[in-house]
Design a protein. Structure first.
Length: 226
C-alpha cells in the first residue's frame, strides 16, 4: 500500500433520497476526518457508480485501494459482489462495519428506558454469517429482545410487535439495525411500536469505524510485507 491509497467505500444503494444523502454524508464525514484521503463512494445495487467500475478506475490509474463495505454483515454482497469486483487486483477488502460495538452502543443509547420489550429489526437474510451476526447483537441488548425482519423468510416486525402486545407488553421499542433510511426503514414506523431508533449512520462514531477498518487493512498489508 502507498501513501496515496484510496478508500473505496461500498454501500448497498437505495432509492430513498434521504437514505442517499445519509450515506453520502457518511462518506463525506470520513473524508473530513482524514484530509488528503481519497474516499470514493460506490454501490453494489440500485445506485451508480457500481463497485466494479470504481475498482477498475483505480486500477487503470495504477493506484492502490482498500475496499471498506458499508454493510452490517459479511453476507452475499461482500462474499460475491465485492469479491468479484476486486478479483485479481490485490486490493484488500476489510470486514464489514457490523456487527460492532459502535452499533450496539448506539442502539442502547437510543432505545427508551423502561421499554417492556425490544424488537431488533433488520433486513433479513438466509446467509449464516448474517444470521449469526444479528443474533450476537440481540443477546447484548437489555431486557426482552425479539428478532423481527423487514424482508426474507423470518417473522415480520409488525407481526412480532402484535404478538408482544397480545402477550401483555405495553411499551415496545424497535431497535433498527439498518444503516440508513430506505424502504425497509420506513416500514418500521408503521409496525405498531411505540418508538423506532434512528438509522445507525446518524451516529458520528460510524465514520471513525470506517477509518479503523481502513487503517487495519493498511497495517495488515504493510506487516505482511516485512
Amino acid at each position: 500500500m502507498s501513501e496515496n491509497t484510496t478508500l473505496i467505500a461500498v454501500a448497498h444503494g437505495t432509492r430513498s433520497p434521504a437514505g442517499r444523502r445519509q450515506i453520502q454524508e457518511l462518506a463525506a464525514s470520513v473524508a473530513r476526518r482524514r484530509p488528503g484521503l481519497d474516499v470514493r463512494l460506490c454501490y453494489v445495487d440500485v445506485q451508480e457508480p457500481k463497485v466494479a467500475d470504481v475498482v477498475a478506475g483505480v486500477t487503470a490509474a495504477r493506484g492502490d485501494a482498500v475496499v471498506v463495505p458499508l454493510l452490517l454483515s459479511a453476507g452475499y454482497h461482500v462474499r460475491v459482489d465485492i469479491a468479484e469486483a476486486v478479483a485479481g487486483t490485490g486490493f484488500p477488502v476489510t470486514a464489514p462495519l457490523g456487527p460492532d460495538d459502535v452499533f450496539l452502543e448506539s442502539l442502547r443509547r437510543n432505545v427508551p428506558a423502561g421499554a417492556d420489550a425490544i424488537v431488533l429489526a433488520s433486513a433479513g437474510s438466509s446467509d449464516p454469517l448474517w444470521v449469526r451476526g444479528i443474533r450476537e447483537v440481540a443477546v447484548e441488548l437489555p431486557g426482552r429482545v425479539e428478532l423481527g425482519y423487514t424482508s426474507g423468510s423470518g417473522p415480520r416486525v409488525a407481526d412480532v410487535v402484535a404478538r408482544l402486545r397480545a402477550e401483555g407488553a405495553r411499551t415496545i421499542a424497535v431497535a433498527a439495525y439498518l444503516l440508513a433510511e430506505g424502504l425497509f426503514y420506513r416500514t418500521l414506523h408503521s409496525a405498531g411500536a411505540d418508538s423506532v431508533t434512528p438509522p445507525l449512520c446518524h451516529d458520528g462514531q460510524v465514520a471513525d469505524l470506517v477509518l479503523r477498518r481502513f487503517d487495519s487493512a493498511i497495517l495488515t498489508t504493510v506487516g505482511s510485507g516485512l
